[in-house]
Design a protein. Structure first.
Length: 402
DNA sequence: TCCCACAGGAGACACATCAG
DNA sequence: CTGATGTGTCTCCTGTGGGA
């Protein structure tokens, strides 16, 4: 799986250059942009790593590691592929013998087209989590594995060993890629550049149709991606023509034909099928209705909040008024109470004073009566009305007292 | 703790190519 | 012819790991 090269948990021993070589090994012919999208590296990092790989080689061997194909300058983005040394290094990383794979320049468009499918998937999905991608070689191995049967060889029964029965070479299919998307499903990818014609194309459909009956494999949906609308229509014609050769009750596995770019949504499960579309539309309808109901509820709540706020404001102002009144009443009451208390104290004081006055008056009256009697006895002419004693009498009384 | 080697990332510069 | 764009090469800086 291509992302294993990038998983630092699964492949902790790999250097950055190893990872790049590994990804390029799986992608075949690719561009820096594709590498950047698929690896999740920025353009500079991809560029630097490619350069580092080339720099470390002897000048004459640089293209043997990574070779640049195509125009430089404004003419378009260059394409890259591993050279012989790069491929050897990749096989060594995989622990496999040196294979015979050599990138063919004639396959540039085909290789780039397949890689673009993966790039679009990652870009539309946002990341590569939950995406699995196997290149042509691994996808073919997957098919080959399911077509391989084992049977007991009677001559070797005593050993208990079974022998492999190789599938016939003719009729094998070799998908361009095998892709799995978590939660959606798995897909065989066939990228069509528009160069395959006639019976060769129809044969390819037949091979796919017959594959499930030849194996016990759970057939992934086959996705055909082609270059334009016209070619997609042509593929559909060939597809239906090929189907017409089979009995009515023949069980075909799912197969979809897209113009490049349209397959991404399908692979991400957005338009899985009509039923799902209906479900989505129903959900959409329900969601709209729910949204409207919630909108109404929101309006009601907002009105309620406004009303509560108004009430609160009113009661606050009332409360303020009441508090004001209450405070003034309290002040009045306190004032009145103070006055009352002062009055009461004054009354008590007056009572005390009166009592004292009475006592004094009584005392004085008693004293006066004695004084009057003395006065009368001394002076028959003394009267109370006159008040003060005449000074001669005062003098005489003083002399008598002494 | 220091020194050294190496990997990786980024930038500068020269050059190639093509559209306008 | 010129400007825009992309590539190849070189250099510098930083971080990391191993050994003295």
């Amino acid at each position: 799986m291509i992302f294993t090269w990038l998983d630092e948990k699964e492949t902790p021993a790999l250097s950055q250059t190893d990872r790049l070589i590994g990804v390029m090994f799986d992608l075949g012919i690719t561009t820096k942009t594709q590498l950047s999208v698929i690896m999740g590296w920025n353009a500079t990092r991809v560029r630097s790593t490619i350069n580092n790989i080339r720099q470390k080689a002897k000048p004459k061997d640089r293209d043997e590691w990574i070779q640049a194909v195509g125009a430089t300058g404004r003419g378009g983005e260059a394409t890259y592929s591993l050279g012989a040394l790069g491929l050897t290094h990749a096989y060594a990383l995989l622990g496999e013998d040196k294979g015979s794979r050599v990138p063919v320049s004639g396959q540039i468009a085909h290789s780039l087209g397949i890689n673009e499918i993966l790039c679009r998937l990652i870009q539309q999905k946002g990341d590569r989590k939950g995406v699995q991608w196997f290149g042509t070689k691994q996808a073919s191995q997957y098919v080959y594995h399911h077509m391989t049967k084992r049977k007991f060889d009677e001559k070797r029964l005593h050993t208990g060993y079974s022998v492999k029965v190789q599938p016939p070479k003719k009729g094998r299919i070799s998908p361009d890629a095998l892709c799995g998307v978590n939660g959606v499903g798995s897909f065989f990818i066939e990228f069509d550049t528009g160069t395959k014609h006639g019976t060769k194309l129809e044969d390819q459909f037949h091979r796919y149709f017959q594959l499930p009956s030849e194996t016990n494999m759970k057939m992934p949906t086959t996705i055909w991606v082609t270059v334009d609308e016209k070619r997609a229509k042509r593929l559909q014609e060939v597809y239906w023509n090929a189907r017409s050769d089979y009995p009515k009750d023949y069980k075909f596995h799912e197969m979809q034909i897209f113009v490049a770019g349209a397959e991404t949504s399908y692979m991400l499960g957005d338009h899985k099928d009509g039923l799902k579309l209906d479900l989505v539309l129903n959900e959409y309808d329900l969601a709209i209705r729910k949204a409207k109901r919630l909108e109404k509820e929101l309006e009601d709540k907002q009105w309620e909040i406004k009303k509560l706020k108004d009430d609160l404001r009113d009661s606050q102002s009332e409360s303020n008024q009441w508090e004001g009144r209450h405070e003034s009443e309290e002040r009045e009451r306190k004032k009145w109470f103070d006055q009352y208390s002062r009055q009461l104290r004054r009354v008590k004081d007056m009572e005390k004073w009166l009592k004292k006055v009475e006592e004094r008056v009584e005392k004085k009256q008693n004293g006066n009566m004695l004084e009057k009697a003395q006065m009368k006895a001394v002076n028959p002419f003394w009267t109370e009305a006159k008040g003060e004693l005449p000074h001669w009498m005062k003098k005489m009384l003083e002399e008598q007292n002494h």
